[in-house]
Design a binder for this molecule. Sequence first.
Ligand SMILES: [Zn+2]
Length: 430
Amino acid sequence: MIDPATGTDALLDLLVVDGRIEERRPPGTRGERGTTPSGTRVIEARGLVVCPGFVDMHVHLREPGQEHKETIETGTRAAAAGGFTSVACMPNTEPVNDGLAVTEYVVTEARRRGVVNVFPIGCVSKGGRGDELAEIGDMVRSGAVAVSDDGHPVKSSYLMRMALEYTKIFDIPVIDHCEDRSLTADGVMHEGYVSTVLGLEGMPAAAEEIAVGSDLAIAAMTQGRLHLAHLSTRGSLEKVRRAKADGLRVTCEVTPHHLLLTADAVMESDYDPNTKMNPPLRTEEDRRALLEGLRDGTIDVIATDHAPHHADEKLQEFDDAPFGIVGLETAIPLLLDRLVRPGILDLPRLVTLLSVNPARVLGIKKGSLAIGEDADITILDPDLKRAVDVAAFRSKSRNTPFHGWMLQGWPVATVVGGRLVHEVQAAGRP
Ligand SMILES: [Zn+2]
């Protein structure tokens, strides 16, 4: 069991009763309840790693309005299959989640058809249009855990100021997608050598870094809680590192694809639209800076930015295809195989980035296997080796550049509130 919240990295048995962690004890010992209560379902996890359930704080579930891409049901099934027990869903649906009605719809639908916990994120602004604040209080009372205009940046410094001031009442973060749209304009990939060679419009690193700098200045002025989504450049991280040293209440996240791929992927894949995302894949120097940020604590969270699109939408020319890739069902094996196995990141740190920290940022009582906590559990098999296969995805969409990648280390069981919601029956495993 690896449970960073309690500093645990040990061989332990876990007893779950009524959806909560009831007991933790060394194998073979008798706990307070004596032997295991009769009728208890036993999950044999010898050789596996038991972690607090993973929390993906940046997911697009597309419902309401774009159910051909994803629904709350299929998106949460994808989450369970990918080892996530909780997701926070972005408000850029149709209609956008800018008030009570859509927040309540998401909460209700998640309770009816969802298989993992769903925490809605409300819009910062009415209609996501960036003009005036949305009904933030209503949304928080109905279950929203953060606000964001993701898909777009918060439109103006004035609105960001209002949002950071106002959300202090609720102690929720304002999540921003950092992009100066006047600089990215019609860009479709990172602006640099590769975009020049390919003749594609570029999105310069400065477009992200200008927005990060502006947000941080407003966070310093307001002392509000700021969370920066999917950071992708060395310069962005340097600004966040300095802001944290200055004591600002800022946190940030990165995605698995920015940790593993660079703009070269656009060229090597011969303009595969599944290498088109926003922010775009950057340079090797940026990628290395992100890895350093994971290690030194500048980066708090790994989140997928799961962005399902229908095959017909993605199967366009690179210039015309929508931005974004799915991530829920590939994130964990990618991180285990490419970062943990080579020793770039240790497992307790990865669990912290995937569970403890996103729960803390969202202010939800998750991310710990301490006694009395919700029994949200992710079980990993560090030895299981298999290829990413989009045909096996639970998600409605298949837009990923990782199809066919052979990866070692997969989530094999997902428990939400004491209920086994996903299990992999692997040959050779009990
Ligand atoms: Zn975004």
